[in-house]
Design a protein around this ligand. Structure first.
Ligand code: GTP
Ligand code: MG
Length: 205
């Protein structure tokens, strides 16, 4: 997918503030610091588009980026940031849950998982929460440059073993590194193909 134009549209505090032009949205969710903003920057080839930080809790609003006037990439605040106050965590979780569950324009919710870690309860519980609400989910494993390929395969197996306790058919997944640009073509190709089927579906309505 060749991206010609990417525009930051706005940061929203709640779903009512989000853009209303009904373009399809690809949203990125995951634990704070998992690499959501970095991944969006990798996809669009612009290191400075979405602000990243080595410290968790950087993205605190719902950020809409419009690609070639066709669809949005949406960068969301992370969950599970231990140092945030309980009230803030509750506010962000509510903002994200309301946006994801009430939006009728999300075509894929990408849930990002740090490939280095053993399965985390908080990730499984968010996956289960949105899965039960029939939100279309794909998993993106991040930071694969940090471990070797043997451990990548081992950790993916362990993760899906854990997920199989609650999922009969696991979501499609991608393995990425924003540093090495691993998985970039797989994800952009996937986005393009979902966007095309969405357009065909709209045409046939
Ligand atoms: P919040 O906005 O706080 O929820 O975090 P985020 O999920 O948007 O993470 P962000 O993209 O800001 O990245 C967090 C840190 O991880 C930064 O220091 C990034 O440079 C680093 N990082 C992100 N992706 C990768 C990756 O693929 N490999 C490596 N080694 N580091 C990464
Ligand atoms: Mg971020």
């Amino acid at each position: 997918m060749l991206i010609k134009n990417i525009e930051f549209i706005k940061s929203s505090n709640s779903i009512v503030e989000c853009p209303k032009d009904k373009l399809p949205e690809f949203a990125f969710l995951g634990r704070s610091n998992v690499g959501k903003s970095s991944l969006i920057n990798m996809i669009v080839n612009n290191k400075k588009l979405s602000k990243t930080s080595s410290k968790p809790g950087k993205t605190r609003l719902i950020n809409h980026f419009k690609v070639d006037k066709k669809f949005y990439l949406v960068d969301l605040p992370g969950y599970g940031w231990a140092k945030a106050s309980k009230a803030d965590r509750k506010k962000w979780d509510h903002m994200v849950k309301e946006y994801v569950t009430k939006s009728n324009v999300i075509v894929v919710l990408f849930i990002l998982i740090d490939i280095r870690l053993k399965p985390q309860d908080i990730d499984i519980s968010f996956l289960n929460y949105y899965g039960k609400k029939n939100i279309p989910i794909n998993i993106i494993f991040t930071k694969c440059d940090k471990i070797n390929s043997q451990n990548i395969n081992k950790n993916i197996d362990t993760f899906f073993n854990e997920l199989s306790k609650s999922w009969s058919e696991p979501p499609e997944y991608f393995v990425t590194s924003s540093i090495k640009k691993t998985g970039k073509n797989d994800i952009t190709g996937h986005i393009e193909s979902i966007y095309s089927s969405f357009k065909n579906y709209e045409k046939n309505l």
